[in-house]
Ligand binder design. Sequence first.
Ligand code: FRU
Length: 303
Amino acid sequence: MTTLKPVLCVGCTVIDFVTISASYPQEDTDRRCLDGFWARGGNASNVSTVLRLLDTRVEFFGMLSSSPAFRVLLEDLTQRQIATQHCPTTSKDPPFSSVIIAQDKATRTIIHCNKNYPYVSALDFSKIDLSRYGWVHFEARQAAETVKMMRMVQAYNETCDPQARLIVSLDFESTFEQNLPLCGLCNYLVFSKELATQRGWSTARDACQQLLFLITQSSRTSPSIICPWGSAGAVCLDSSGNFAEIRAHEPPQVVDTLGAGDSFLAGFIHATYGLQQELQVAVDFANRVAGHKISKFGYDHIA
Ligand code: FRU
């Protein structure tokens, strides 16, 4: 069997300060939590973690920091064999998220603090030899730079035989208008329930339909669109316009939903790329990975 080329994950790595509380705290009260920890987080960073746990080779490409607070994150990346050799470094303090996991309702509330931390640029990305990878995963973020990076992948693919082309996935969960132009540049678009709900799209199917309409207004090609919808499962719409609803795999007890979406994405990439599964089977696998992830804290039990 030939070894697959690594997946390149482009995006953020941040510090997650996680507090586990019996219930969500009332404002302006002083109370004790049940437990807490801090860990490496961030969307592309978590996708990298779960891909490694699923035994897929992966490289993370995002802005690293030389600040002492970041050292633990670097050690964790190294220990998990997530390559970082193309990442630029800044001396700025890393972004962080304050996360409250409320046990009674199994919610996770994230407040993110970015302080204008720099993002990787298209110039940084242009130094990477794309022939070393088989799949590139992008966070939909900093659209002006990301669009250039995605166009570089597109230009590279035009020089390749079809079987050597890089597959591109996009994780879309914020700043809708700015990031919409990125959707025509990927093979797989994973769109978040939270953003869909903010736009007034009340079901995953509705979200897929609306997105398809908007994407085809400005792009000749449309990606397969996948919309995970929590306990309702996920809907996917392939590039020929076929819908499928794939049920969720909820564990008996939901413990920690932080990073469930990132785990879904890693499961999807692993199933599509590593296991060569077709869209619906890959989405089912992704649902299983996400369902398993939320049964315990953290990610390590996914392995
Ligand atoms: C979870 C997560 C956290 C991080 C936040 C960034 O999906 O990646 O690890 O703090 O989202 O938005």
